[in-house]
Design a protein around this ligand. Structure first.
Ligand code: NAD
Length: 263
């Protein structure tokens, strides 16, 4: 897909991966619309994109709201005339063990609450569903060429302490096969879907993690460091431009070797 002149909606674009994706797409000539819960962050990102010569708009949007998300897509169309790329990057973590058992007493001292489980599913899974559905239905009804990008995670493999998060991310990794399979069944060939599963990226989300646990996780990363948000953004830009990448989940991890030998 030609990015110059394409219109892209990026949720979670006020920070981290979403911010970097919005900036990278704009730098390639795409017109970008950012949706996020953080107006200050969006204002900053939008002014940085505009200062670099990019075209950008933003709106406060809670991805768990059908209405907010529909309004965001309609803003993109009203402002820039169409919609071609949708990157669903809004996400949260609320980590914890299902049962945190006291090592001394052997009794449960804390459990993951239903609210803690549900909040992550709501934003990361239901929110991504609403986002991609609202983008896709406008692409289909208007015959626009499109690319849908859910952001999964390497933790789709099942991260201890992230029962809520891993559940959502495992589901997202399956969506390209389902969505593209549905398009194929209806003869829709001009809209692709590719999930991106990053490893550990240096964003506020990761800086908010338990840093001891993070240091342990990085021991299994071949490049031995956090990935830069721009490295994920570059991969997304390339994915959007390359029509051969479709119906799959790309892992971009810096070489995460689950069973690698410790250094
Ligand atoms: N950072 C990593 O290592 C990593 C790894 C794998 C996957 N991911 C995924 O990448 C995506 C972006 O993560 P990040 O690291 O950039 O996080 P981040 O915290 O820097 O950015 C997330 C953004 O989502 C926004 N957001 C949260 N809830 C929202 C809601 N209900 N509606 C709209 N916006 C909302 C936040 O305001 C924030 O701007 C997430 O889906 C995350 O799960 C991140």
């Amino acid at each position: 897909m030609e990015l110059k002149g394409a219109v892209a909606v990026v949720t979670g674009g006020a920070s981290g991966i979403g911010e970097s994706v919005a900036k990278s797409l704009a730098a390639k000539g795409a017109k970008v619309v950012i949706g996020d819960m953080d107006p200050k962050g969006m204002e900053r990102v939008a002014s940085e994109i505009a200062a670099a010569g990019g075209e950008v708009a933003w709106a406060k949007c809670n991805v768990t709201s059908d209405e907010d998300v529909a309004d965001l897509m309609d803003l993109a169309i009203a402002k820039f005339g169409r919609l071609n790329v949708c990157v669903a990057s809004a996400g949260i973590i609320k980590d914890g063990l299902m049962l945190n058992v006291d090592r001394e007493t052997g009794k449960v001292k804390k459990a993951m609450t239903t609210e803690q489980f549900r909040a992550v599913i709501d934003v990361n899974l239901v929110g991504a569903f609403i986002t991609l559905r609202e983008a896709a239905l406008r692409m289909v009804n208007n015959g626009w060429q499109g690319v849908l990008i859910p952001i999964s995670s390497v933790n789709k493999a099942g991260q201890v302490g992230q029962m809520n998060y891993s559940s959502a991310k495992a589901a997202l990794a399956l969506w390209p096969k389902i969505i593209v399979g549905e398009f194929q069944a209806r003869g829709i060939q001009n809209i692709r879907c590719v999930a991106i599963a990053p490893g550990y990226v240096g964003t506020p989300m990761v800086r908010g993690m338990n840093q001891e646990a993070l240091a342990g996780l990085l021991k299994g990363v071949h490049i031995g460091r956090l990935i830069e948000p721009s490295e994920i953004a570059d991969s997304i830009v390339y994915t959007v431009q390359n029509d051969a990448i479709d119906a799959t989940c790309l892992e971009i991890t810096g070489g995460l070797i689950a069973n690698g030998l410790a250094k």
